[in-house]
Design a protein around this ligand. Structure first.
Ligand code: 5GP
Ligand code: ZN
Length: 113
């Protein structure tokens, strides 16, 4: 499958990695929308959050635990951050492999645009 984030997960396309283990990868976004902006992706191809099932509960728990640890290490756990996953066209998803944006180090508006 011709999927950019599968290629990044496999190391075929380089990325600026923050954290990696057997199931997931965290790397800096190439076009940051905040002073701190990284992505967390499962290594397994999942098209979007719309494809998740009950069986993915451990993976999702792991993803959020890794995000919490990274944000603590990066010193933004007190100041706060946003975790967001875009789904489909109206959701603004441009890469069709599940990813969680983590944005921090500036005040983020709500509602989003
Ligand atoms: P989406 O728009 O699908 O929610 O988010 C995709 C994100 O992937 C965007 O924020 C975009 O900047 C980022 N992105 C796209 N291509 C690359 C790439 O080759 N490397 C990295 N590190 N980020 C990318
Ligand atoms: Zn993929």
């Amino acid at each position: 499958m011709d999927c950019l984030f599968c290629k990044i997960a496999a190391g075929e396309i380089p990325s600026n990695k923050l954290y990696e283990d057997d199931t997931l990868l965290a790397f800096y976004d190439i076009d940051p929308q905040a002073p701190l902006h990284f992505l967390v992706i499962p290594k397994r191809h999942i098209g979007s959050a719309a494809k998740l099932t009950e069986e993915d509960a451990p993976l999702l728990g792991h993803i959020y635990a890794v995000i919490a640890n990274l944000c603590r290490e990066l010193g933004v756990d007190e100041s706060g951050y946003r975790v967001v996953t875009n789904v489909g066209t109206d959701g603004g998803q441009s890469v069709r492999h599940l990813h969680f944006h983590v944005l921090a180090k500036r005040g983020l508006a709500w509602p989003p645009g």
